[in-house]
Design a binder for this molecule. Structure first.
Ligand code: PEP
Ligand code: MG
Length: 756
């Protein structure tokens, strides 16, 4: 008999049992009979995990008086070992196994051969299915396969009947670990308490036994087609993965996706009577078990890829395509994901999203910028977070110490709650600075503006008392829309922004799409064959080519600021002519509005982002053309260091306060001193106290930063004497200290200026 035929014969009978109206206990008794009969085994037993112990729940062949009496701990005896390791055992002579334990009440001494498989639900053992035989012979591979398939169906039956404590299963399996502290990289500061929510929830398999095998086969066939299509599309767009290894990753994906062996095994599982979902999961389980035996880190990595693909296939076939955002967050939540796009993050309910944990991530990735603007702490580079954390676990995210405590014990939880409360009080203290103007000790007025991108950010302007919006990222509206935002929608948003700002200035940056801000509805354009999207066809480069996009935005901005002043800034200007070309698009729109007698903006001021190093060499030619320049240190540093800002491996490599950056920035400041142009810094760097101190030291007097940093930076400004830090920085940039960060820290400490 083939494995499929053996399993199928059992499943057919099980199908009837499961559909019957009998009590769960009676059903399990019958299941034990059927399996024993079909596999020609004297004994078949079902153990279920209840209150942390594996309880003999049904048996054919062992003493019936042992049912509900014999109980084994997880890890105890052969059955306990199977549950603990989630592994299959197949022994000709049970007593020879080191973990063997004899239970006299069962009367099992007569039996020699033993085989057992775990009953798994959500990757945890909730029970064990065993067979025993008087002959000392190993069970055949086909029989083991059949047992494993049956165990899947049993898992469904047990779950539906609520027989095993599934949460207990988790606790029992984790008993040794309990509280666990994971290390990561601080991406957004702050503290958070919440329940773990997976961005991509685990798929729940509703039905394991197929009604119609042909129909299941067809479903899998179509799902494979769709999955391969998606993978091909990724390969063609080359936008998958940003870590430079994407080529290799893609090739492996493609190899797996087209692997005949994989699809054949799934089809065989369907032949045995499983539904498409159960068959995919069954094959995945088998691969997982096999991989566990091979301790090769390289292969384990590949295993992740295969898991990803298998989940993708499962999602397609089951139609469970949504993320946790589409289901909605229930309470205070900490989101767990491998990585996220900015748009994906924005789909979550801000009031309940307390924190984000990523397996990847880097400081200036846009998802992190968005999280920072939302005031949500983010911990990145937490290795295997999705493996170590379970949905619903309580998590303490400490962005400051860059740690994540999983399933904290009570005292740790209590202490953490006290810290959260203290941090809330500190925030309240910053709020007190709202109406205080940020003058330095030597009387310099520093402009502290905020960055924004969405309507939701606007209340922060009055809450923080920022001097205005120094960077309004207009592309965020594009990122959160399913389709290209039409002109009237753009106009409405810009008008709302200006209304909220009142007398305070707002600098609108024209769309900066591309890089890590790719748009599905523009993706065939934005990522077209871009090997390196950050240096590719993005921002103004794209806008100048798709002039319609910029034209519409120009009109929307001008109409929104009718009778008021408008500040427009162009991103990624690399040479002055690009500024001219972009401004010409605006001039043309202004002409049109004049001709058609629209109310015009009272004044329009133009400026550029300085984020491509080449522009710094052209400042003498650029300055006469513009009213302001804003340094985008996020992009600028990635280009200066040739280090992709989204690459997690480079996230900690280069320092914002390294002499190379500070010297570069000081040259830019010097070039603008005494010139009719305003200079500011709008990268993330300005929102960190130590970095801001360095910027003040090289003469920067305008910062535009994330709203949450406005209070802390105002407080810093009031403690600094600019003449003093300038003198120090001049000396340090001439002869840099070995560690600039350390030097700044000590300097601040001596003056009792808090910089962390
Ligand atoms: C920058 O590059 O520093 C910047 C402020 O713009 P963005 O982060 O949106 O690219
Ligand atoms: Mg930029």
């Amino acid at each position: 008999m083939t494995a499929a035929a053996a399993a199928r014969s059992i499943l057919l009978q099980l199908h009837e049992v499961m559909a019957s109206r009998k009590h769960a206990q009676a059903k399990l008794n019958q299941v034990a009979e059927i399996i024993g009969e079909t596999l020609d085994s004297e004994v078949c037993s079902i153990y279920l995990l209840r209150e942390g112990m594996l309880e003999l729940f049904a048996t054919r062949g062992l003493n019936q008086s042992a049912v509900h009496v014999t109980k084994l701990g997880v890890g105890e005896g052969l059955t306990g070992t199977i549950a603990q390791n989630i592994e299959t055992l197949n022994l000709a002579e049970a007593a020879t196994h080191p973990e063997f334990q004899y239970r006299p009440e069962t009367g099992e001494e007569r039996f020699h051969s033993f085989a057992g498989v775990p009953i798994v639900r959500r990757e945890r053992a909730i029970g064990v299915l065993t067979v025993q035989h008087t002959d000392p012979r190993r069970y055949e591979e086909v029989e083991i396969e059949a047992l494993q398939t049956v165990a899947m169906v049993l898992a469904e039956l047990i779950h539906n009947a609520g027989l095993a404590d599934e949460e207990d299963a988790a606790t029992a399996a984790q008993a040794q670990s309990g509280q666990q502290v994971l290390q990561g990289l601080q991406l957004v500061k702050g503290l958070a308490i919440g329940k773990a929510v997976f961005h991509q929830p685990r798929i729940t398999i509703e039905q394991t036994v197929a009604e119609d095998i042909e129909a299941e086969r067809q479903r899998v066939y179509l799902a494979f087609d769709k999955m391969r299509e998606q993978i091909d599309q990724m390969t063609n767009q080359a936008e998958f993965g940003l870590d430079g290894e994407h080529q290799q990753v893609l090739e492996t994906y493609k190899m797996f996706a087209y692997d005949e062996g994989w699809s054949r095994r799934i089809n065989e599982a369907i032949d045995s009577g499983l539904t498409a979902e159960a068959a995919i999961e069954r094959v995945q389980q088998r691969t997982r078990m096999r991989m566990r035996e091979i301790q090769d880190p390289l292969l384990q990595d590949r295993m992740h890829d295969l898991e990803d693909l298998s989940n993708r296939l499962l999602r397609i076939v089951s139609g469970q395509l949504g993320t946790a955002a589409s289901v909605g967050l229930r309470g205070d939540s900490v989101l767990i994901a491998k990585n996220l796009g900015p748009a994906e993050l924005l789909e979550y309910d801000k009031r309940r999203l307390r924190g984000v944990v990523l397996e990847e991530g880097s400081l200036t990735a846009h998802v992190v910028i968005v999280a920072r603007a939302m005031g949500v702490p983010v911990l990145g580079r937490v290795r295997n977070a999705r493996g170590l954390i379970h949905e619903g676990d309580t998590l303490l995210l400490d962005g400051d110490a860059a740690t994540l405590t999983v399933r904290p014990i009570q005292t740790v939880l209590d202490t953490f709650e006290t810290r959260v409360e203290r941090s809330r009080q500190r925030q309240a203290a910053y709020a007190q600075l709202r109406d205080v103007e940020p003058f330095t000790r030597d009387g310099q007025r520093i402009e502290v503006m905020m960055n924004a991108g969405l309507r939701d950010d606007l209340p922060m302007l009055s809450l923080t008392g920022a001097d205005g919006i120094g960077l309004f990222r207009t592309e965020f509206q594009f990122l959160v829309s399913a389709t290209l935002p039409q002109r009237d929608r753009q106009t409405r948003l810009y008008r709302d922004v200006l209304d909220a700002a009142g007398d305070k200035p707002v600098i609108f940056r024209t769309v900066d799409i591309g890089g890590d801000k790719s748009l599905a509805y523009l993706s065939s354009d934005t990522s077209r064959e871009d090997e390196n999207p950050a240096m590719g066809w993005r921002a103004l480069r794209l806008a100048l080519e798709r002039e319609g996009l910029l034209k519409i935005q120009a009109r929307a901005l001008m109409e929104a600021s009718a009778g008021r002043s408008l500040n427009v800034m162009f991103p990624m200007v690399s040479e002055p002519w690009e500024f001219d070309a972009a401004k010409a698009v605006f001039d043309k729109q202004l002409e049109f509005l004049k001709r058609t007698r629209h109310t015009l903006p009272e004044a329009i001021r133009y400026g550029v982002m300085l984020e491509v190093p080449s522009l710094a060499e052209m400042l003498d030619l650029l300055i006469p053309k513009v009213s302001f320049i804003s340094v985008g240190t996020n992009d600028l540093t990635q280009f200066l260091f040739a280090a992709d800002r989204a690459n997690p491996k480079l996230a900690e490599r280069y320092d914002w306060v390294s002499p190379a950056i500070l010297r570069f920035l000081r040259r830019v400041v010097t070039a603008t001193v005494g010139q009719p142009v305003q200079l500011g810094v709008c990268g993330e760097m300005g929102g960190r106290r130590l970095e801001a101190l360095a910027l003040l030291g090289i003469g920067v007097r305008r910062l535009s930063i994330t709203p949450a940093a406005v209070g802390p930076i105002k407080e810093l400004v009031r403690k600094v004497d600019t003449a003093e830090i300038e003198e120090t920085m001049t000396a340090w940039l001439a002869a840099p200290p070995r560690n600039m960060r350390e030097a700044l820290r000590e300097w601040a400490e001596e003056r009792e200026i808090e910089i962390e």
